[in-house]
Design a protein around this ligand. Structure first.
Ligand SMILES: [Zn+2]
Length: 273
């Protein structure tokens, strides 16, 4: 756990655990290049941190992303216990802002019995994200991945049906602004937190494998719904973050979960904050 103060907010990175994956999820990068950049030989597993962020202000508890729950990997689903460890019981969370609805961000909404893990939380989901995954009639030509994800997301959000707020770009809470950053998913959303002249960008999955995608922002992931748009969005956000020397909070940035984006030449880097 690590905490940053942003004016009147405190933001704490809370781990959900680690996700094991492979070099094969990265598209458009040579295997040797991927191995060299990550320092992990091709064929060996890559380990990805999965973070949520707890935002506190005036006694209100707001969570960005809900963790992976119990169905993905045994090394995941640690968010509820890690929240309790810092005195934020899941039953006390007021609002969950979802950067997007992929499993490692949303399946933790429910317990193994399908009950709400966050019994009083209101869900903020960008209206574009909700329209694509939750509200649309599934089509025969949808990919297997999209169909499977849609069904899972409908199930885990069902206990929250009466308290889902479909938000739009703009200020969603005092000091918190939603910014649609599409590609990874159609409604993938960043949250800009501003208070007392300080700023922090919670950027969700703009970058998954920092070692690869900061050096090669054009590198796509098989999980991107629209790979070209995801790459264009990543380039745009990295450029903006570097120009503004923004502190970012990433769902898959390794400990401490925060960093400052810098640029030298054509390459980006994240300096741990
Ligand atoms: Zn993710």
């Amino acid at each position: 756990m690590s905490t940053k103060t942003v004016g009147e907010f405190t933001v704490t990175a809370v781990s959900d655990g680690v996700l094991y994956t492979t070099h094969d999820v990265v598209l458009g990068v040579d295997k040797d290049d991927s191995a060299r950049l990550t320092g992990v030989p091709y064929g060996q597993q890559l380990v990805l941190d999965v973070n949520s962020f707890l935002i506190r202000r005036d006694g209100k508890l707001i969570l960005s992303d809900a963790g992976s729950g119990h169905t993905m990997q045994p090394t995941l689903g640690k968010l509820p216990q890690n929240l309790r460890a810092i005195g934020a019981d899941p039953s006390a969370i007021d609002i969950i802002m979802l950067t997007h609805l992929h499993g490692d961000h949303s399946l933790g909404l429910v317990d193994p019995q399908g009950r709400a893990v966050f019994p009083k939380a209101e869900l903020f989901i960008h209206e574009v994200e909700a329209a694509f995954w939750l509200d649309r009639t599934l089509q025969p030509d949808d990919s297997e991945r999209v169909t499977r994800n849609s069904k899972a997301q409908r199930a885990v959000t069902a206990p929250y049906r009466d308290r889902i707020r479909r938000i739009r770009d703009g200020e969603v809470l005092p000091g918190i602004t939603a910014m649609l950053r599409p590609g990874h998913t159609p409604g993938h959303t960043n949250w800009l937190i501003e208070s007392g002249g300080e700023r922090l960008l919670i950027w969700g999955d703009i970058v998954h494998l920092a070692a690869v995608q900061l050096a090669r922002p054009e590198a796509r992931l098989i999980y991107d719904v629209d790979t070209d748009l995801a790459a264009a969005t990543r380039a745009k956000v990295l450029d903006w973050a570097a120009r503004e020397r923004l502190t970012v909070a990433g769902a898959h940035i390794g400990f401490p979960g925060f960093g400052t984006v810098t640029r030298s030449g054509g390459n980006f880097a994240i300096e741990p904050a």
